[in-house]
Design a protein around this ligand. Sequence first.
Ligand code: DAK
Length: 259
Amino acid sequence: MQPQYIIVHQQVAPYVAHIQLNRPSELNALNLQLMGELRDALKLLDSDDQVRAIVISGNDKAFAAGADIKQMAEKSAIDMLNIDQFSTWDTIKKTKKPIIAATSGFVLGGGCELAMLCDMIVASETTRFGQPEIKLGIMPGAGGTQRLTRAVGKALAMEMVLTGRMITATEALHAGLINKIVPVELYLQEAIKLASEVADMSPVAVKLAKEAVLKAFDSSLEEGLHFERKNFYLLFASQDQQEGMKAFTEKRKPVFKGK
Ligand code: DAK
């Protein structure tokens, strides 16, 4: 069945897929159906050999203005427990291929948490990031107190989470939340370009390197270094390692096969 709230473009560049969140009249508010469609699309792309990097965008006005407040408003704690949205978010989190968020306009609440679940963020200069849940009498529930704090530090995270203040793309860049800022007409193009750069590398090395970087968030330095070492050794069992080093000595561009 065709998804209703996302558009999947299989090959926007060689080995690069693009998912556009497409619920513009609600500023891409993340209702349950949209999140389910996103989860299913990512699962398919993650197992597709023709895809090595994925870009997620919204539109110029909003990447996503958060979870759908209208859908959540009447829910009880037990409804929330039974719906178990976390399993959807957890599946998205398990995507092995790199994901780049291309953001513009509002990146709020669950939208900000979704962008932070991605591996890199390319933002237009009109992007505003925020965790405004506190204004609704709740708090972030999908990583907004944890990933944000690790990215920008306690002072700014505390301010954003406790006051709901949105920050500009420039503040986000200085705080280390995003990778780059570009003019609004270029953010998608630049994100695809960044994804293409990654897609040029060995997909096995990219997968294991992404896993190792993410390990830094939930391990001690010693554990993380140990994990890194195992993945490093493992890559010496890949054809891509042989190709990469051979191509270097032969002064040519490597052709990586993901094997
Ligand atoms: N939900 C539902 N509809 C939304 C929405 C949202 N988050 N954001 C905007 N819309 C809708 C508006 O209701 C409006 O619809 P109509 O009234 O035209 O039918 C339309 O989009 C256009 O919005 P506005 O008219 O408000 O546009 P403005 O430019 O005036 O204002 C705004 C833009 C972004 C400042 C404003 O729309 C706004 O404040 N939106 C709400 C932002 C917000 O509070 N976001 C946080 C939501 S709570 C979880 C995972 C995640 C979460 C929870 C659980 N689990 C895994 C369990 C996340 C929670 C949240 O994100």
